[in-house]
Design a protein around this ligand. Structure first.
Ligand SMILES: NC(=O)c1ccc[n+]([C@@H]2O[C@H](COP(=O)([O-])OP(=O)(O)OC[C@H]3O[C@@H](n4cnc5c(N)ncnc54)[C@H](OP(=O)(O)O)[C@@H]3O)[C@@H](O)[C@H]2O)c1
Length: 331
């Protein structure tokens, strides 16, 4: 901070997509000013997700308008509001979502500006660390769990129950009154899914995963899926007529869908993308996350914290597929 002019801030910046070490740098740039309907957030933590490194690397192509500050998610305090925003929001502690989605002002910086509905008030007792882990994963999990109808009293399967989205989905499914099974690989992730609240955890790489799930439930109503290609046989093996499958990731090869078997099984499949959710649907998912926070249904996952100066290392840690979440502390 020493030597920074009052209207300047430190930010992680890239001007073109590519390898983290090549394109990312920390710079002093002009602090963003708020426009109509916007708030400015003084950030405490920035949260990384796979989408941030996919966009920075160019795997998910995006136009860059001169420069881009990465990261969708963060947490901090509103210190300025634009025309049309309630002045009493100044000083409010917030979690931030989708900051870098259609804007250059991502959260890997001392300040970010976002539309007022992308900075959501936090209950006093929720830490900025937990708040910075919410955004993409928690909102995705909320929509994937509840976007096909209520799950109270139902049996739900969450694939990748130790992942960022999966961990939120397991916790929120329990809070919503569902019985939850999770699939993971390995013992450490199994324990993570259990701690998130899964009633049953199976290793999707073991040949008897389907049998374990069938013994647990003969009426799995909903499946939150992240690799439909790899898990299609497992999903078909445990579904019943009426089961809904929602899939939110496109990692791995695209499957050839066995349409006759899917029709006979009587399942429905929905494809979910946070960036293209209609505004009221997105708002409903955000409300679910806020309600989960008030109910203390979401806990801080295992986190690894990097300083802003170590942004390249933070991106590399995210790309390596972390056990838990990567945060950047903004001092
Ligand atoms: N559509 C959207 O709007 C949206 C929103 C959020 C995230 N995403 C995408 O969803 C994916 C996951 O995101 P994330 O942040 O949750 O990542 P993450 O924290 O890395 O979690 C992914 C988890 O899935 C597990 N996994 C991998 N293959 C699996 C399989 N076949 N069955 C069950 N589990 C499996 C991984 O562990 P193992 O490899 O050890 O099994 C890992 O624990 C990313 O591709 C991300 O870009 C999409």
């Amino acid at each position: 901070m020493a030597g920074l002019k009052s209207n300047q801030m430190l930010a992680a910046v890239y001007e073109q997509s590519g390898d983290a070490a090549t394109v990312l740098s920390i710079r002093s740039i002009s602090r963003p000013e708020v426009g109509a309907g916007q708030v400015r957030v003084k950030l405490a933590f920035s949260g990384l997700n796979p989408t941030d490194v996919k966009i920075r690397s160019g795997r998910t192509p995006r136009q860059i308008d001169i420069f881009q500050i990465p990261h969708m998610d963060g947490a901090g305090t509103i210190d300025a509001v634009g025309p049309g925003v309630d002045m009493t929001r100044i000083g409010q502690r917030v979690w931030v979502l989708l900051a870098a989605h259609d804007s250059k002002w991502g959260t890997a910086a001392q300040w970010a500006v976002v539309n007022q509905d992308r900075a959501i008030g936090l209950p006093d007792e929720v830490s900025f660390e937990l708040a910075a882990t919410l955004g993409v994963p928690a909102v995705t999990a909320a929509n994937c769990l509840l976007g096909d109808g209520p799950i109270a009293g139902k049996d739900v399967l969450v694939a990748g129950g130790a992942g960022a989205v999966g961990g939120c989905a397991v916790q929120m499914a329990r809070w919503q009154g569902a019985r939850v099974a999770a699939s993971v690989s390995g013992e450490v992730k199994s324990e993570m899914a259990r701690q998130a609240g899964a009633d049953l955890v199976v290793n999707y790489r073991e040949p008897n995963a389907i049998e374990q799930l069938q013994m647990w439930s003969s009426k799995i109503a909903h499946i939150v899926e992240l690799n439909l290609g790899a898990n299609l046989e497992l999903d078909l093996g445990v579904c019943v007529p009426g089961t809904s499958i929602v899939t939110y990731a496109a990692d791995g090869d695209d499957p050839v869908l066995p349409i006759r078997r899917l029709m006979t099984a009587g399942v429905s499949i929905r494809f979910m993308m946070l960036y293209t959710l209609p505004a009221p649907v997105l708002a409903a998912a955000v409300e679910v996350v806020s309600a989960a926070l008030i109910a203390k249904a979401l806990r801080l996952p295992k986190v690894q914290v990097f300083e802003l100066a170590d942004i390249v290392a933070a991106h590399k840690a995210q790309e390596a597929g972390p056990l838990g979440r990567i945060l950047v502390a903004i001092s």
